[in-house]
Design a protein around this ligand. Structure first.
Ligand code: ATP
Length: 238
């Protein structure tokens, strides 16, 4: 069986600076896969390249067995790859409902869109309660929920989440992590980029550790969670 996403020897540079230096990884359908690593390791660059926002210098990206390289970002969304970016990037003056609508910009099936908006409200009731309010009034954690809800509105086969726990309280973070588990149970495949290695590895089927543009270690979430070098470098143990 071919993987849902296959990345082979991917290289991405900003001018002369190479941020991603030949990485390879796969995401199988139905799994949660996490990329962990410190600031500047190249995780965001990798996601932005998968989304078609950055052009790789070389390497191969295959989604459902078809090449993704060279395909424009909006067509990549249409193929089933959605991206909830670092920093959320919601539209603060638009209402919550309008932000969710925007996530369905490529779709025309009105009844199904309404159903998916309801699904976002079921997943995150606070969004439903405040649907008519400007999104800028939401807390950081609630904005993260909205960013995830909006990404889901394109009915993705693969949902990519960039640091969803960033800046959140422990309770909010737990809620976001629970939602990831719930989405997986509903059949969504997830590629999760996190600096919070403990949280990400605890729920991931598979993990990759990124260090200065390269993958230094890979294994199941549980293996990495118990790996001594990971515990020292990323889980704050001596
Ligand atoms: P973070 O958690 O801080 O987002 P990251 O692992 O996602 O870290 P990237 O944001 O992908 O890392 O950055 C990888 C490298 O590329 C870093 O050295 C960063 O300074 C550099 N970089 C990122 N964006 C740009 C840019 N627009 N122009 C030049 N260099 C960049």
């Amino acid at each position: 069986m071919t993987a849902l996403l296959e990345v082979e020897d991917l290289r991405v540079a900003y001018g002369k600076i190479e941020a991603v230096k030949g990485i390879s990884f796969t995401v199988e359908a139905g799994q949660v896969v996490t990329l962990i690593g410190t600031n500047g390791a190249g995780k965001t660059t990798t996601l932005r390249t998968l989304s078609g926002l950055l052009k790789p210098t070389s390497g191969k990206i295959t989604f459902e067995g078809k090449p993704l390289t060279g395909i424009p970002a909006h067509k990549i969304v249409a193929l089933g790859l959605a991206h909830s970016p670092e920093g959320r990037h919601i539209f603060p003056r638009l209402t919550i409902a309008e932000n969710l609508q925007l996530g369905a910009f490529l779709r025309t099936d009105k009844a199904a869109i309404a159903k998916d908006i309801q699904r976002a409200y079921d997943l995150f009731p606070i969004l439903g309660e405040r649907r008519k309010q400007a999104s800028g009034t939401l807390s950081g954690g609630e904005q993260q929920m909205l960013a995830m809800g909006r990404a889901l509105m394109s009915q993705p086969k693969l949902l990519m989440l960039d640091e969803p726990s960033m800046g959140l309280s422990p309770i909010m973070m737990q809620k976001i992590m629970q939602t990831i588990v719930e989405l997986k149970a509903q059949g969504t495949t997830i590629l999760l980029v996190e600096q919070n290695a403990q949280a990400a590895l605890s729920l991931a089927d598979h993990g990759y550790v990124m260090e200065i543009g390269k993958i230094s270690l890979t294994g199941t979430g549980q293996d990495l969670l118990h790996d001594e070098s990971v515990r020292k470098a990323y889980l704050g143990e001596d």
